[in-house]
Ligand binder design. Structure first.
Ligand SMILES: NC(=O)c1ccc[n+]([C@@H]2O[C@H](COP(=O)([O-])OP(=O)(O)OC[C@H]3O[C@@H](n4cnc5c(N)ncnc54)[C@H](OP(=O)(O)O)[C@@H]3O)[C@@H](O)[C@H]2O)c1
Length: 211
């Protein structure tokens, strides 16, 4: 199993790296771009927490470091790098986050996907997947929508950035489809209310419901 984690240099992530290395021969660590040498920071923690020297010496072989930025679309990876990374991983432990409560709200929001909205499309069957794809593209253009996951793949900024994976089958049922909309709008806020109105205004292939 190919495993990655974000926030590997943080309080939680460092402990998770140590734990995951007991279970997996290698790990991909997704560290914040420009924050210094991730490998060195992880090795320092291992040393301070009493990890045997032989294991620390083996870290460069066992840890593959990829620099990312959670605030950027596709983690700030250019070209096909995001796609290649997504294709090769089986599991991602997401431990990164901004816990500095003195930061401005916009900054805090950008490091956290704060809420999900579910849109239900009763009666829409798999044979009409093109209309579902069109709808998902339109929904992904709505203000405050970070991404849309559907049976036909994942969408952001008006385009599909990832094809469906086996778990995408959960979005499709005998009686219709549903979409998961990841948003950075607070659920109980003016923005959250505006988002719901904006989503209702997107023309759906069948009358939509949701929560
Ligand atoms: N600590 C706890 O007891 C606890 C309990 C429950 C939930 N949590 C949650 O777990 C998450 C991590 O907490 P923590 O205590 O480990 O925090 P932390 O020590 O501040 O670590 C945060 C991690 O996220 C990385 N990060 C921050 N902004 C990033 C960005 N834009 N792109 C990529 N990586 C970024 C940091 O990288 P740098 O090291 O380069 O800054 C660091 O590795 C937070 O969401 C927190 O709310 C923590």
């Amino acid at each position: 199993m190919r495993v990655a984690l974000t926030g590997a240099t943080g309080f939680l992530g460092l402990r998770l790296v140590r734990q995951l290395l007991r279970q997996h021969d290698s790990l991909t660590v997704l560290v914040r771009a420009g924050s210094g040498c991730g490998l060195r920071r992880i090795a320092r923690f291992m040393k301070l927490s009493g990890t045997p020297a032989s294991l620390i010496a083996d870290l460069p072989r066992r840890l593959r470091v990829v620099e990312i930025d959670l605030c950027q679309p596709e983690l700030g990876l250019s070209g096909g790098a995001f796609r290649r990374l997504a294709d090769e991983l089986d599991v991602i432990w997401h431990c990164a986050g901004n816990i500095n409560l003195d930061d401005d709200l916009g900054c805090l929001r950008r490091t956290r996907a704060t809420a999900m909205v579910s849109i239900v499309l009763p009666g829409l069957t798999g044979t009409r997947s093109e209309s579902l794809a069109d709808y998902a593209r339109q929904v992904s253009l709505t203000s405050h929508v970070r991404r849309v996951d559907t049976a036909t793949g994942s969408y952001a900024g008006g385009r599909r950035f990832a094809p469906p994976v086996p778990s995408s089958a959960r979005f499709s049922g005998a009686h219709g489809q549903w979409l998961s909309v990841v948003t950075d709008a607070e659920p109980f806020s003016v923005e959250g209310g505006e988002l719901v109105h904006a989503l209702r205004a997107v023309r759906a292939p069948v009358p939509a419901g949701g929560r």
